[in-house]
Design a protein around this ligand. Structure first.
Ligand code: HEM
Length: 476
């Protein structure tokens, strides 16, 4: 049997270790943590930000009033944990718990098993591979924007667009096609999106309100959600089996997608391929990690550009200069830096992964702060991206701050893709995809704000908008 956390006795002992408490650390009183646990569950960002503003950049609190956690927005401490001393900080059981619903892919595995998988999969994300996927991405974007153009044509040139829905469908189709080549039916797309939302919502609830667990058990909620996870896996298993049947029927059959890369990859030492279940685990993780994040970033991007048409105009001016009216190619992208700055600034304001967690495997310290074995550490990426001493006017949308003429942000002040060896494997894929969506939408439409209640954030594992973002797309 595979040990997905194959590392050492060290990690296993952390598993069973209760998360440690640190002395000499500013601490949110337990009663206050407990009293705020409903507010934290419902809307954590304001609650967490309040704590840090009051107690300092690193604070101890009781998650859900129960679990001692160290929460930090200190870039130095985050770099220490994610990069400099990363060997001492495996992902915590909070992340490993995701494996119950999504399986043991790159995101949820550890130690030598993780390293071996990372080495195997990394080539699938090399620059050349991303370049080769650009045409596919552009085709999907065409497909997804066609109905919007149609609707605009029928309504005097203006379509009402539910932006989060459109961006989720687009990002999902892009990753699904990159992994599986096949086009999924609309029904499968809807089913998968529903399963993922329900599983994510439930898992986050078990983390934020651990005291509800017995009740969730008694009322059959765990059983229900295990069933949904099985449904999701069955759906993906179907794609893998279909591919294998196609190959058996026609040995010359070749697809140039990430699934084929997973099926063809061979371990260096044994020359063996992954088992079907391993391929399934990795494909499931790529599918999940690869669409929800980009969909959220793109949704926030359109909200920001609709509120700041002057920034959209700058992107369009750059496009006119470099592309005229043609569609971009992969080699054009570096010539369009302002569009990339818009993407970067969007992810500063709304980092799609807003928090990451680790757990100390052994006693450690950082600048005199003891970090005993078992300490749960939550790196609050959203907080780092909004710190006034790192980012002047942190709440302002200002893509120019990422310009070449500006000083680079301080180390670990900007980390939408995490840091250290567990840096997002899909970062270049995601940046290319988001830049292309931005350019292709602006080539076809003016995106306009329309009055609606303020859009709140909904931080689950990723940072979603709490309500739909409704905008007007005016055909150009
Ligand atoms: C805007 C888009 C994206 C953002 C903001 C993002 C962010 C992140 C972050 C912060 C991590 C590190 C988590 C940690 O350290 O605990 C991560 C890991 C990961 N991401 Fe992404 N991601 C994005 C898109 C993608 C895409 C498109 C893919 C795949 C096609 C992907 C696949 C993964 C995988 C497999 C991991 C785990 C890597 C490992 O542990 O070796 N991500 N991502």
């Amino acid at each position: 049997m595979i040990d997905y956390n194959q590392r050492s006795a060290k990690l296993k002992s952390v598993k069973s270790e209760k998360s440690a408490e640190i002395r000499d650390l500013p601490r949110v009183p337990r009663l206050r943590s407990f009293r705020n646990s409903w507010a934290l569950a419902a809307n954590p960002i304001p609650v967490i930000t309040d704590y840090l503003d009051q107690f300092g950049d690193t604070v101890g609190l009781y998650l859900g009033g129960v679990r001692p956690t160290l929460l930090t927005r200190d870039p130095g401490l985050i770099q220490h944990v994610l990069q400099k001393n990363h060997r001492n900080y495996p992902k915590s059981e909070l992340t490993r718990g995701v494996a119950r619903y999504l399986g043991h892919g790159l995101l949820t595995s550890e130690g030598s098993y993780w390293l071996q998988q990372r080495r195997l999969i990394q080539p699938g994300f090399h620059r050349q591979r991303i370049a080769a996927l650009t045409e596919l991405m552009l085709d999907v974007i065409d497909e997804c924007l066609a109905p919007v153009l149609d609707a605009a044509g029928k309504q005097g040139g203006v379509a009402q667009v539910a932006v989060h829905e459109l961006m989720t469908a687009t990002a999902f189709r892009i990753i699904a096609r990159s992994v599986f080549s096949s086009s999924m039916t609309e029904a499968e797309l809807q089913q998968m999106a529903r399963l993922l939302t329900e599983l994510q919502g439930f898992y986050v609830r078990t983390l934020r309100q651990p005291y509800l667990r017995p009740w969730l058990g008694v009322t059959g909620q765990y059983r229900l959600h295990d069933g949904l996870a099985a449904e999701l896996r069955q759906l993906i298993r179907g794609y893998i089996q279909r591919r294998k049947q196609e190959q058996q029927a026609d040995p010359g059959f070749a697809k140039d997608d990430l699934l084929q890369m997973l099926l063809d990859a061979r371990y260096e030492d044994s020359g063996e391929a992954m088992t079907d279940e391993q391929v399934l685990d990795e494909a499931a993780i790529l599918l999940v990690a690869g669409h929800e994040t980009a969909a959220n970033a793109l949704s926030w991007l359109w909200l920001l550009l609709a509120r700041h048409p002057e920034e959209a105009a700058k992107v369009r001016a750059e496009m006119q200069r470099v592309l005229g009216s043609r569609r971009p190619s992969f080699t054009d992208l570096p010539q369009l830096p302002y569009s990339m700055q818009v993407v970067q600034e969007t992810m500063r304001l709304y980092p799609p992964v807003w928090i990451v967690d680790r757990q100390a495997a052994e006693d450690d310290e950082y600048n005199g702060l003891p970090l005993p074995k078992g300490t749960l550490i939550s790196a609050y990426l959203y907080g780092v991206h909004h710190l006034p001493r790192l980012w002047p006017e942190p709440e302002a949308f200002c893509p120019a701050r990422f310009g070449k003429d500006q000083p680079a942000p301080p180390t670990y002040a900007y980390l939408p893709f995490g840091g250290g060896p567990r840096l997002c494997i899909g970062n270049q894929f995601a940046l290319t995809e988001m830049q292309l969506v931005l350019l292709e939408v602006l080539r076809r439409f003016e995106v306009e704000w329309q009055e609606q209640p303020p859009i709140q954030m909904r931080p689950l594992i990723t940072l979603r908008p709490r309500a739909e973002i409704n905008l007007r797309f005016r055909a150009r």
